[in-house]
Design a protein around this ligand. Sequence first.
Ligand code: RRO
Length: 298
Amino acid sequence: MPELCGIELATPVINASGTYDAIAARQAFGDALLEDFPFAAFVSKTITPEPRAGNPPRRIWETPAGMINSIGLPNKGLEGFLAEDLPRLAELPVPLIVSVMATTREDFARCIERVARRREVAAIELNISCPNVHSGLIVGENPSETEALLDALRPLTEKPLIVKLTPNTADPASVAAGAERGGADAVSLINTLKGTAIDPVTGAPALGNGYGGLSGPAVRPVALEQLRSVRARVELPIVGMGGISSGADAAEFLALGAAVVAVGTESFRDPRAGSRIATELESSLLSERSAEPVLDLD
Ligand code: RRO
């Protein structure tokens, strides 16, 4: 049975944070959603210590084989999430991973302490890689800052800490190594690649914030290469993602040594993509061959 940091999963397919609104889906589909939930674990949209309104519209722009988002982390804040959303997410029939972001170590610590106390939470993802929020030094671009953040957070919980890496840096493997030295239990990659677009009608930037993060099939080769380089550098389990839209795509990530895969942009097109990809994966030749990663990582 697939597992991530000791959390047993029915399939190796989970969702990428922020790409599937399970609370809205439950409202739309009712209890039928619980009987046939598309992912083997659910990762929440990232929360922050205080509520945020997010970026001005336009927030999404379609690109060749992908899209750029400039969502800007709208959320109810830590206390709003714990009071309103967590009880609803706890009704999902799969383990819950809560994604957290803050701009100081103290705020990160406050979030971890409050979230980790809740028994509904199986693991915590530390989002140190959002492309759409100005936070001074981006911790996730810097291996020693990442290590120091983990040094500060690691003692606060025994729950698994999964570090979401940014692809917007020259050497993601060094950041992964920093996370490993600091005591992370896993890394996940990739977050979106910084990108921009011009609205052909107005000639102005298409996104309200001027730029955003690119995702979808267009980024898959970049994600695979970053996975390859991170896999070669750290022993940690890896959640691999970036443009996965079929079982064959997912099998590529598993062949390169990902422990599980996450589906993001494809869920906007097909909300049942997670289940479909898990089924396709079962019959994928590559996934049979890759029970042990087969590719030379050097
Ligand atoms: O909310 C966002 O704009 C966002 C986040 Br937190 C993230 O981690 N990655 C992304 O592409 N968008």
